[in-house]
Design a protein around this ligand. Structure first.
Ligand SMILES: C[S@@+](CC[C@H](N)C(=O)[O-])C[C@H]1O[C@@H](n2cnc3c(N)ncnc32)[C@H](O)[C@@H]1O
Length: 188
């Protein structure tokens, strides 16, 4: 069977994560979804909160159109600086150091991978920052057979918020047998 190919820049960012002891990079299964969403908006503004070492950024970058822009923000300045070096040769990419709200000046977003800042602390703002038709990706959920979804026995209010938000068409997708993502599009 053919092996799944990981884009070279993802490999660079994964090595950086290893060297930095950073363990929160997205899974390749999420990465492929990120690439797909970026590729679906070839002239779009693609945003990420929580760069980490740049693994998710590199997956988004692998689907980035010639007329698109990618902006990502990381509050850990050392990580942000190292991740910025991974994309230093591409002026479509901006790696910001600071709080996720720095992203606001680049909104509205055609794709938003909300992975550090915003997702839990200001979910309504996350939705507001999407362009009409903009796609939101949220990972790190645990699949639940229940409705409403539960996590560790309790209703997962955050997941429910995104899945039922009136401005979103949202769905939960399995990425592995033990992990899921919420993907949503902002209504026009
Ligand atoms: C799950 S990791 C990001 C992984 C990365 N998106 C990837 O896919 O490889 C979350 C990151 O968000 C950063 N973070 C958390 N809160 C933040 C905030 N308010 N503003 C900016 N970055 C934040 C953390 O420092 C951490 O590096």
């Amino acid at each position: 069977m053919a092996e799944l190919v990981v884009p070279p820049r993802v490999g660079v960012a994964e090595r950086l994560a290893f060297e930095a002891g950073f363990t929160k990079s997205c899974l390749p299964e999420v990465g492929r979804l990120l690439r797909l969403t970026a590729a679906s908006k070839p002239r779009g503004v693609i945003a990420e909160s929580g760069t980490g070492s740049g693994v998710g950024t590199a997956w988004l970058h692998s689907g980035l159109g010639a007329g698109a822009r990618l902006v990502t923000v990381e509050r850990d300045e050392v990580l942000a600086r190292r991740a910025a070096e991974v994309f230093a040769d591409d002026d479509r990419v901006s790696v910001l150091a600071g709080d996720w709200l720095l992203l606001e000046r680049h909104a509205p977003f055609d794709v938003f991978f909300c992975d550090g800042g915003g997702k839990r602390d200001d979910p309504e703002r996350v939705v507001e920052l999407l362009a009409p038709g903009g796609i939101l990706v949220l990972d790190d959920f645990t699949p639940s057979p229940h409705w409403p979804p539960r996590f560790e026995g309790e209703v997962d209010e955050l997941r429910l918020f995104y899945l039922t938000h009136p401005a979103l068409d949202a769905s939960e997708l399995l990425t592995t047998s033990t992990t899921s993502v919420v993907v949503a599009a902002r209504r026009l």
